[in-house]
Design a protein around this ligand. Structure first.
Ligand SMILES: Nc1ncnc2c1ncn2[C@@H]1O[C@H](COP(=O)(O)OP(=O)(O)O)[C@@H](O)[C@H]1O
Ligand SMILES: [Mg+2]
Length: 233
């Protein structure tokens, strides 16, 4: 459903080309939990930005449902991120003067209802705190609000960029577990440097210096969509 073909992301660093991602071929299959594992600086965030349309590849292509994201207009891309994709970042970005519930709703104008948002917060264990402002919540609770915001409306893909990095290990595992259990039919892509967060992934891609170096597949996972070659130039 998301397909990268020879996708590279190059930054200019003091006039020199720096390949954050190099010729990546990768397909995200419907419903799968895909883990992307790599050390700091290996290009994980860059890869996630390309997959989610936050950044355009310098060369190569990124397709969503066979349509090139780079050929979409900015409003179309924004709609993709609002309606089709859910994104969770390392730090829980919330609007300080809105309650937890309002922060969940703000991510899905016209898509999610108040009742559904409240239900999600309840499922995530913070239903009784939905009236609170972000500064009245702990770090783990704030990240749960971001998870609810990403889940509301039944997205086709949830992207999470080191969603557990600012949490202790127990809260980190809890946040991953919530994403896994509540994503419904959606695919889940989690980028992390911590392999313990990917214990239940259907597939784990290892990335080093912007390149895919290894892929581990859970043989019992049957994707609901077409399988394509995922590694190789
Ligand atoms: N905006 C930028 N400008 C220049 N270089 C960048 C920029 N963002 C990231 N990089 C570099 O690209 C490489 C990959 O970064 P990143 O994708 O953030 O890795 P990770 O998320 O795995 O830590 C690193 O060498 C980083 O320094
Ligand atoms: Mg990163």
């Amino acid at each position: 459903m998301i397909e990268l073909r020879q996708a590279s992301l190059v930054y200019k660093d003091q006039g020199k080309d720096l390949y954050a991602c190099r010729h990546i071929n990768l397909t995200v299959r419907p419903g799968e939990f895909l883990g992307i594992l790599g050390p700091s600086g290996s290009g994980k965030s860059s890869l996630l930005y390309m997959m989610s349309g936050l950044k355009s590849p310098t060369s190569g292509e990124v397709l969503y449902k066979d349509q090139r994201i780079s050929e979409m207009s900015e409003p179309e891309r924004a709609r993709l991120r609002l309606v089709d994709f859910g994104i969770v970042f390392q730090y829980p970005y919330l609007i300080g003067y809105l309650s937890a519930l309002e922060n969940v709703l703000v991510g899905s104008p016209g898509v999610g209802t108040r009742e559904k948002a409240q239900e999600l917060l309840l499922d995530l264990g913070i239903g009784h705190k939905s009236h609170r402002l972000p500064h009245e919540l702990s770090g783990g609770e704030r990240q749960r609000v971001c998870v609810a915001r990403a889940l509301l409306g039944g997205r086709s893909i949830i992207f999470a960029d080191e969603p557990t990095a600012s949490l202790d290990h127990t809260n980190g595992l809890a946040v991953v577990d919530l994403l896994v259990r509540h994503r419904g039919e959606g695919a889940l892509v989690i980028v992390t440097h911590d392999p313990s967060m990917l214990a239940h992934a259907n597939r784990v891609i290892h990335i080093t210096d912007g390149e895919v170096v290894k892929e581990e597949v859970d043989p019992s996972f049957a994707p609901t969509g077409p399988i394509r070659e995922t590694i190789g130039p």
